[in-house]
Design a protein around this ligand. Sequence first.
Ligand SMILES: [Zn+2]
Length: 256
Amino acid sequence: MARSFRYSTPALVIRVRPFGETSQVVHLATPEHGMVSALAKGAHRPGPELQGGLSLGSVGEARLVRRPRAEMELLSRFRIGEDLRALSRDLERFYAACHVLALLRAWMQPMLPAPALFGAAHTALRALARAPRGVVPAWIVWFEARALAAAGHRPRLEACAVCDGALEGGARFSGPAGGLVHRRCAPTGPTHSLDAEEIAGLIRLYTARLPELKRSPPNGKVVRAGRAVHDLFVPYVLERRPASLGSVPGRAVTRR
Ligand SMILES: [Zn+2]
């Protein structure tokens, strides 16, 4: 016979809405259980278990009860693990964090483990809360790269995505082709041209280990190229343009 299953997990609050007078319905991103919908009963009542109510973008440890045949799990406790309040102190960080959460909402699936996606989001939010403002656009492009890869949409960057031939010098990025292509191979539709330096930088964003990227961060030109490529590719993959993309830092200022 099915029984309730209690567990604790790291969690990130990706959606929250009030439920009744004092409760909340929350969607949590978790590494091993994917997206979890849960009822936080009495969340707005004072008390140590739910700390007066959960807020969007909080990261912490959730204690959950999965009930047989119930649509939602019960959230019995949420302990905030890190202070990410700095995310709402300036608009750039706020919009950047909103975009991270929007991509999590798009790619986290119920019951589907997604440790790489969760880890990238956690790292990105922590960095966005603390890093100097100048590097916020670089962190967003890094997160998008890791999230695309984790969701199974890593673009082809090392050779032409259409003919498999080597890319000498520059190339174009095409969403429908799924990566970089020769000019002659590009399918119809919008493309973005990249030179050899931008291509090498983009490959690093997708593949280099984080400590190495921190030691030698991508330059402004590479970040702008990554922004332009993801402006094409993220809406292509999602089959819609996420609203958060319109306010993402590093966009308007890149088109000089
Ligand atoms: Zn080709």
